[in-house]
Ligand binder design. Structure first.
Ligand SMILES: *[C@@H]1O[C@H](CO)[C@@H](O)[C@H](O)[C@H]1NC(C)=O
Ligand SMILES: *[C@@H]1O[C@H](CO)[C@@H](O)[C@H](O)[C@H]1NC(C)=O
Length: 196
C-alpha cells in the first residue's frame, strides 16, 4: 500500500518535471481532394505523437506549380483578434531560391530529412513523401489565447501554354490549445549544426 502510494507520488512528480506547456494544433476536420489524373495525394495527422505524413503520387510530369494558401487564425474569446494570410506562391521559384540561398538550403535540408521531396522543376513522375514531419517546438511560458485555425491549400498545375488546372484542394480546421506535453520536439536552436 505504502509502496503503491510512493509510486503514484513519484509518477505524479515525474510528470510534473517532464511536462511542458506547448501550443499545439488539434485538427477537427481534414478534407483532402486530388485531381487524380496528374496527381494523387494524402495527408494524415497523429495527435498523440504529433506528426504529419504527406504523400503524393505524380502521374504525369508537372511543368510548373502554384500553391494558393489561405490561413485564418481567430482568438476564440475575441473574434476581433484575427490574423489572415492569403497568398499564392510558385513552387518552382521557391525551389530555385532553396537551391541558391543558405537560408533556403537550411529549410529545404530540414524538410528533406523527413522523406523524398520535390527538388526541382519540372516535377518528374514518381512518389514523393514527407513522413513524421513536425516543426521544432519551444516550451511556452506566456499565457496564450486559445486560437482557432482554418487553412485552405490549393495547388494548380500550369502547363506550357499557361493553362491552370486545380490539382489539390485541402481544407484543415481545428484549434491551437495550450497542452501539457511530455514529448516536446526540440527547438530551432537544437537543430543548428553543433560543431561550427
Ligand atoms: C507516418 O509515417 C510513419 C513512417 O512510415 C509511420 O510510422 C506512422 O505511423 C505514420 N503516421 C500516421 C498517422 O499514419
Ligand atoms: C484571397 O484572395 C483571392 C484573390 O485575391 C480572393 O479571391 C479571395 O476571396 C481571398 N480570400 C479571402 C478569405 O479573403
Amino acid at each position: 500500500m505504502l509502496v503503491n502510494t510512493i509510486f503514484v507520488v513519484l509518477l505524479a512528480m515525474s510528470h510534473g518535471v517532464f511536462a511542458e506547456k506547448m501550443l499545439r494544433p488539434k485538427f477537427k476536420d481534414i478534407k483532402i481532394w486530388s485531381e487524380e489524373k496528374l496527381v494523387s495525394h494524402k495527408v494524415v495527422y497523429d495527435h498523440s505523437d504529433p506528426h504529419l505524413n504527406f504523400s503524393m503520387e505524380v502521374h504525369q510530369e508537372l511543368h510548373d506549380v502554384d500553391i494558393h494558401l489561405e490561413v485564418r487564425i481567430t482568438n476564440k474569446l475575441d473574434p476581433m483578434y484575427t490574423t489572415t494570410l492569403n497568398t499564392t506562391l510558385n513552387i518552382c521559384r521557391i525551389l530555385g531560391f532553396a537551391n541558391k540561398s543558405p537560408v533556403g538550403r537550411f529549410v529545404h535540408g530540414f524538410i528533406r530529412e523527413f522523406g523524398n521531396i520535390v527538388e526541382s522543376c519540372p516535377i518528374a513522375k514518381g512518389s514523393y513523401f514527407i513522413n513524421k514531419f513536425w516543426w521544432p517546438e519551444d516550451p511556452t511560458t506566456a499565457i496564450l489565447p486559445e486560437l482557432e485555425f482554418d487553412i485552405i491549400w490549393e495547388a494548380y498545375h500550369i502547363d506550357a501554354s499557361k493553362k491552370r488546372t486545380l490539382i489539390m484542394n485541402d481544407h484543415f480546421t481545428g484549434d491551437f490549445t495550450v497542452q501539457d506535453v511530455n514529448n516536446l520536439k526540440p527547438g530551432i536552436f537544437a537543430m543548428l549544426p553543433k560543431s561550427v
